[in-house]
Structure formats: C-alpha cells, structure tokens
Design a protein around this ligand. Structure first.
Ligand code: RIB
Length: 317
C-alpha cells in the first residue's frame, strides 16, 4: 500500500452553506414552528468529501461551483484552509452559493433540503478545463448534487485516464446505468439505493437485493452505507456486512461524506476493499460524534486512534 501523503484525489461536487437547527419534529404543511440552536456550517456533499480526503492526509483538488457572494468567499476560504487546491472552483456570476436547511431531531435523525443554486452552474466545459488535474490524480470521487452531465463528464475523463472512480450516490436521484457503469465503486445509502433501482429498501436483505439490481445494470462493486447498521459490500462474489462502530451520536450530517472520502483515499492508496470499508466505517462513525458537516470530518490521526480502541465485531459474510 502507498503512503497516503503520496495519493492525489480529485473531488467533484457540491459546496453548500448549511443552516442547522434542532427541531422536535417536522412541521406540518402550513405550520410555522419554532426551532432552537441555529448554527451555520460549511457543507455540501462534494466539498465535505474534499475536506474529508484532505484531513485524512491525501493531496486534494476540488472541482465545484459557488456564487460570487460572501458565502462563496467563506466556503472557498475554508477549503483553502484545509490545504485543498481550489483552482477549478467556478465563481458563478448569476447564481447564489448553494444552501442547505438541516433539521436535527431528538431521535438523532436529520432532514436536509438543498437549493443547489450555483452548484448547478457547473458545466462539462468546467470539467474539460480541469482535465489535466484529473489525469494527474490517482482517483476521482463525485456526487449527484451537481448536473448529471457533469457527473458523467467527470467519471468519463477519469475512467479514460485509467483512474479509480468512486460515485457517492447522494442526494437521492435517478442516475442512468451508463453513468453508474463509469464508476469502479458506487456507494449509496438506503434511500439513494431506492432511487437508483426503483425498489423499496428496508434493512439488509432488501438492500442486498436492490444492490444486486445495480450489478445487473453493469456496476461491479457496490458499497452500501447502512447508517447505524454499518456498511455492506455487494459484488458478484456475494455480500459482506461490516457492523457499525459504537459511538455517542450527535449529528449524522456528513457521515456518508466522511465514509466516501475515507473509502476513496484507502482504495487510491491500494488498500483491499474490505480494509478500505472498515476504515471508512471508522471515519463515518467519528463524523456522527460532532455537530456540523465539515467540522465533524476526522483527521487521519483521529481515525487511527479510534480504530485502535474500537471493539466492533468482525465483518460477516
Ligand atoms: O451530506 C451532507 C451534506 O448534504 C450537507 O453538508 C448539505 O450541504 C448537503 O449537501
């Protein structure tokens, strides 16, 4: 396996400003409801993954789009502070920076409503401009919070150059099989898997069945994020479940992004997929122990320290 500091990953995706409140429940339609604990955090699935990758020690380039506004300045500065190359972040003159409204509930779950706004100004032409960076990297990861043709262009450029490609299938959207097949690894959570396959998913058995539908569409490797039930690897060789780590849950936001970041870094460094998933499980769990998206993403030292004292059960075939 290579040293993580020698690995270079390009993350292509969204950048959002997250407005987070604690609420007792979802409001009913037409209802005004009080919430508490308003906080602002840098977020967006793509930017979260870029920050996650950088904190784990890999060289990171981010390709995305923000507005020419104060929030965009703030978010890009945050990426730079994490040591991320932002040369290919578009500053769009016509659209505001993307924003996510996040509600955290007493049972530990959340709901997220996103206006991608400037994220949807990212174009194939932006990706073509960044081709040199993609070709120079070891791996590319991307998400569905940007236009679908940009997802396709990103995966296509990386695939053509023989790079590892990882598709985090969030947020829940349909994605054509021709695009899914451009990813070496497709990683959805249960809701995202439902959107990809059109099948109802609830629990491990139905998740494995739906993941098998993705294999039927030509995807080679599916890594399912099962939240508090851990993760599952599904390939033509069968399925393997990786139990969740025991943690004190604070906020699940960006846990999936921490997972994808860690998975991508480990695979790019040459780790076997089972080892990469175990490591990603630790990173995802740690992200749940802190409030906010980017503030919760763990460093390499934090993941290693957590892994050293973890007593979670071994994977089950
Ligand atoms: O995955 C979590 C992220 O989803 C949040 O940071 C929010 O911005 C949305 O993109």
């Amino acid at each position: 396996m290579r040293r993580i500091e020698d690995v270079h990953v390009v993350a292509v995706g969204s950048t959002n400003f997250d407005l987070v409140v604690k609420a007792e429940r979802l409001p009913k339609e037409g209802e005004s409801m009080l919430a508490t604990n308003l906080k602002f955090f840098p977020g967006g699935k793509g930017a979260n993954q870029a920050v996650g990758i950088a904190r784990l020690g890999a060289r990171t380039t981010f390709i995305g789009s923000v507005g020419r506004d104060m929030i965009g300045d703030f978010l890009v500065r945050g990426l730079e502070t994490n040591g991320i190359d932002v040369t290919y972040v578009r500053r769009d003159a016509d659209r505001s920076t993307g924003c996510a409204c996040i509600m955290l509930f007493p049972n530990g779950n959340n709901t997220i409503v996103v206006d991608p706004s400037a994220n949807f100004a990212l174009s194939r032409a932006d990706l073509e401009k960044a081709e040199k960076a993609i070709v120079a990297a070891d791996a590319l990861c991307t998400v569905l919070e940007i236009p679908m043709d940009v997802v396709e262009a990103a995966l296509h450029i990386a695939r053509k150059a023989g790079k590892l490609t990882v598709l985090d299938a969030g947020p829940p959207r349909h994605c054509p099989p021709e695009i899914l097949k451009l990813a070496d690894v497709v990683s959805p959570n249960e809701t995202e898997l439902e959107h990809l396959t059109g099948e109802k998913v609830s629990g491990r058995v139905s998740a494995q069945e739906a993941a098998t539908r993705l294999l039927d569409l030509g995807v080679k490797t599916v890594v399912l994020k099962l939240g508090s039930d851990g993760a599952m690897l599904v390939t033509r060789d069968g399925a393997e479940h990786f139990p969740a780590c025991k943690i004190e849950a604070v906020d699940p936001t960006a846990a999936g992004d921490a997972f994808t970041a860690a998975l991508t870094v480990q695979l790019a460094a040459g780790a076997p997929i089972e080892e990469a998933i175990r490591y990603a499980n630790f990173a995802g769990a740690l992200a749940v122990t802190k409030l906010g998206a980017q503030p919760s993403l763990p460093t390499c030292a934090e993941v290693e320290e957590f892994a050293a004292r973890d007593a979670s059960p071994s994977p089950q075939k």
